[in-house]
Ligand binder design. Structure first.
Ligand code: F6R
Length: 611
């Protein structure tokens, strides 16, 4: 949450920062701002999306060779011009942007208020900035040292980036718990929350670690710890192309990403799954196979859509590997007192690899001796780095705020891990194992088939776009898909939707059913088929509108339904990879039909780096 960009070097800073902010808007978009350091330190900020900031700066003098920019997802203080970042210190000499939450800011604010400070905003950021300036005054020290002293008092998560009017050749940044990447150019440096604002200028990057401070000049990068010791920056080469973060002719990133799924699932399988040899090659799993096969228990930790992938993986792992699995919301797990034994394996699932709750939950499990496997999309992200081992999902950058291709890539990787463990443990027989490898291998082509439904789903969206509520029901492997379908609809179209196990409906939600309620059944042909047919009848008997995702050739449910979305047949273990896609399309087209900005749904941000 919140995107930050900074530049120092010979080029004009403002256009670089502006473009970078547009790329990072998926991280938050309720206000944005820039601070530009020329002879003066100028701060411009505006409520609303980055385009509104851009409009407000037309004709203004934005000439500068050092600057910082921020796009905000509000935590402390409503979205407004005055709460937008950058914030200025009391003297006006410092400007700062911040991503994260300063948990002890009320205490710091009280101390500063007693000393006579007043605040222009409601943010924790302005408090921290004035705290830094106050330390500087009292200790008669430079900004860098004041930052170091201040951060030792700070409780919470942050990336902060500062400009000091008296040091026009320097940008200072520090990180704990929120992501920060430095781009190293020729005689210039870039800083950003992720690599997307940087890749068109350089592929050489340094990922800043927690409790590190970066002091950037045009031609120098100094990395230090909070104890003021110099560190050697570890320079990595980015494996990312510009095209991957552009819309490529689609109206929105979300639809581009939905349509990328045949390729992303294929990329996820490529080099790993070999049907002819009957093998799955995943080094991170193979190197730790004993820990996995001997695990007493697997605990899956995730949030949101990634949690839905975890829930589905629970069904798959228990079926194939016969290892007990628990699925935890990271935000609950981190604050409970969970019982964790050294023989437990944690599988942490995250697209961004930066979700704050998931990171802290991992740290907690690690302290208790658990072995951590990360299933992560963003290469080099925090979760990838703090896990003992793992597997990347290789879905490429996911920019649409609602997760789509990352979800199917997570399911693909998790299914491969389960198959690999099951094979090693001997809990799957050879013919079922080979059958499932073939079924996985066939998925990308079948996804292409499902995507052909796009136009008919668009018509369906027009029919149902004015619904006030919707119910999504599924059983077994399709239950997590019902949850995911409901989440997609809520996020993108703001229609209240609930996902439920179809059989649970009778224990409460059936009271909602009347002739106005669309009920989406995820009812592909599987071992629960007969049961879900009965559930559909129960809805029909109460005049609910039934929209069903069904398998090709299913004449029974198609006759009972008001509308259907037909997907190819697949083994029930991998069928969710197909049945989720019509639900992604339905949410997308309803959001578009209602005129919403589907790539930037209200109140959301792509990467939830605050708890
Ligand atoms: C929903 C969505 C979120 C994320 C959740 C976890 O479409 O994208 O629910 O799944 O915030 O994020 P990651 O996977 O990055 O840890």
């Amino acid at each position: 949450m919140c995107g930050i960009v900074a530049y120092i070097g010979p080029r004009e800073a403002y256009p670089i920062i502006l473009k970078g902010l547009k790329r990072l808007e998926y991280r938050g978009y309720d206000s944005s701002g820039v601070a530009l350091l020329n002879k003066n330190l100028q701060v411009f900020k505006k409520k609303g999306k980055v385009a509104e900031l851009e409009d407000s700066l037309v004709g203004k003098d934005v000439h500068a060779h050092a600057g910082i920019g921020h796009t905000r997802w509000a935590t402390h203080g409503e979205p407004s011009d005055r709460n937008a970042h950058p914030h200025s210190s009391a003297s006006g000499r410092l400007a700062m942007i911040h991503n994260g939450i300063i948990e002890n800011y009320t205490q710091l604010k009280a101390e500063l208020t007693r000393k006579g400070y007043t605040f222009k905003s409601d943010t924790d950021t302005e408090v921290l900035l004035n705290f830094i300036e106050d330390i500087q005054k009292n200790n008669n020290c430079g900004t860098e040292e004041a930052v170091r002293i201040a951060l030792k008092r700070v409780v919470g998560a942050y990336v902060i980036v500062l400009l000091d009017r008296d040091q026009p050749d320097t940008v200072i940044a520090a990180r704990k718990g929120s992501p920060l990447v430095i781009g190293i150019g020729k005689g210039e440096h870039f800083l950003a929350s992720d690599a997307s604002p940087i890749i068109e200028y350089t592929k050489e990057v340094v990922y800043v670690n927690d409790y590190e401070l970066a002091i950037l000049k045009a031609d120098e990068l100094i990395l230090k710890n909070l104890g003021n010791e110099k560190l050697t920056p570890y320079i990595q080469k980015l494996d990312l192309e510009l095209a991957a973060i552009e819309k490529g002719g689609y109206d929105h990133f979300m639809i581009k990403e939905i349509f990328e799924q045949p390729d992303t699932i294929f990329d996820c399988l490529r080099g790993r799954l070999d049907v002819t040899k009957g093998t799955i090659t995943m080094a991170g799993i193979q190197n730790n196979i004993d820990k996995l096969t001997k695990a007493n228990r697997i605990i899956m930790i995730a949030c949101g859509t990634s949690w839905h992938a975890a829930l589905l993986a629970e069904y798959v792992f228990e079926e194939l590997c016969r290892i007990p699995v628990e699925v935890e919301y990271a935000s609950e797990f981190r604050y409970r007192n969970p019982v964790i034994h050294p023989g437990d394996v944690i599988i942490a699932i995250s697209q961004s690899g930066e979700t704050a709750d998931t990171i802290v939950a991992i740290e907690k499990a690690k302290e208790n001796g658990a072995f951590i496997m990360g299933v992560v999309n963003v290469v080099g992200s925090s979760i990838a780095r703090i896990s003992h081992a793992g597997a990347y999902t290789h879905a490429g950058p996911e920019i649409g705020v609602a997760s789509t291709k990352a979800f199917t890539a997570q399911l693909t990787v998790l299914t491969m891990i389960a198959l690999k463990i099951a094979k090693e443990k001997g809990t799957i027989d050879q013919s079922r194992y080979i059958h499932l490898l073939e079924e996985l291998h066939a998925i990308p082509e079948k996804v292409k088939e499902v995507l052909k439904l796009s136009d008919s789903i668009k018509r369906l969206a027009d029919k149902y776009k004015d619904a006030k509520d919707a119910l999504y029901l599924g059983r077994g492997y399709n239950f997590p898909i019902a949850l995911e379908g409901a989440l997609k609809l809520k996020e993108i179209s703001y229609i209240h939707a609930e996902g439920y196990p179809a059989a649970e409906m009778k224990h409460g939600p059936i009271a909602l059913v009347d002739e106005h309620l669309p009920v989406v059944f995820v009812a592909t042909r599987d071992s629960y088929y007969e049961k879900i047919v009965s559930n559909i009848q129960e809805i029909k008997a109460r005049k609910g509108k039934v929209i069903a995702v069904i398998s090709k050739g299913d004449d029974v449910i198609s006759k009972m339904s008001d509308d259907t979305m037909i997907v190819p047949e697949a083994d029930e273990l991998v069928a969710p990879l197909l049945s989720v896609i019509p639900l992604q399309l339905l949410a997308y087209y309803i959001g578009v039909a209602k005129g919403y900005d589907v790539d930037k749904p209200r109140n959301l941000a792509k990467s939830v780096t605050v708890e």
